[in-house]
Design a protein around this ligand. Sequence first.
Ligand SMILES: CC(C)(COP(=O)(O)OP(=O)(O)OC[C@H]1O[C@@H](n2cnc3c(N)ncnc32)[C@H](O)[C@@H]1OP(=O)(O)O)[C@@H](O)C(=O)NCCC(=O)NCCS
Length: 182
Amino acid sequence: MRAPHDTLTSERLVLRRYTADDLDLLVRLHSDRRVMRFAGGVHERSKTEAMLRERILAYYDQHPGLGIWLTSERATGAPVGMHLLNHIRDDTVIQVGYLLYPEYWGRGYATEMAARLLRYGFGELGLPQISAITDLPHVDSQHVLLKIGLRRDGERHFPAYGSDPLAFFTRDAASWLAEHPA
Ligand SMILES: CC(C)(COP(=O)(O)OP(=O)(O)OC[C@H]1O[C@@H](n2cnc3c(N)ncnc32)[C@H](O)[C@@H]1OP(=O)(O)O)[C@@H](O)C(=O)NCCC(=O)NCCS
């Protein structure tokens, strides 16, 4: 069943659920070296197919309100990438994240919808805390996380994402909402 959050909008962007028909769009994202440089490296089509089935489509019903969504421009309908608010794999931590097609970098899109997801997660879902992880050298993504109001909290290791420590960012609902009144 679709819920209002499956069409979450920001000033210039809209989220919608992925469907099984979106495999090619996702493959285009996951097979681009520039996109995947700090996101675990490019994926084979079969890996993306499994991810769409298990980590995206099945997850919507397992965790209502959370997920990985397709992000599009409201003005043109063009897909610009994905945003997510979901569990870090094999963990209880809820993370915000994004992957954009390179032609849409440099327009503030990652920040715009990630900030909207924090308002939705804290304000509408009532999540007590939202976090994020990036590779240590990925300063562009870390810049996005600071802009939306998360704070750096050292490094963490999550086995599902390999053996390297990751930059960890987090914020609790009360302090974020106090700093970002509606
Ligand atoms: C990292 C990544 C998400 C950044 O996306 P992005 O949309 O370019 O990032 P931002 O939202 O910070 O926007 C970048 C710049 O757009 C500019 N911009 C242009 N128009 C703008 C507007 N209308 N509003 C806001 N910013 C605008 C800003 O200058 C901003 O940079 P600044 O804050 O330093 O001034 C993107 O490069 C990406 O998808 N990379 C590959 C995937 C990836 O690594 N994901 C993260 C895994 S942890």
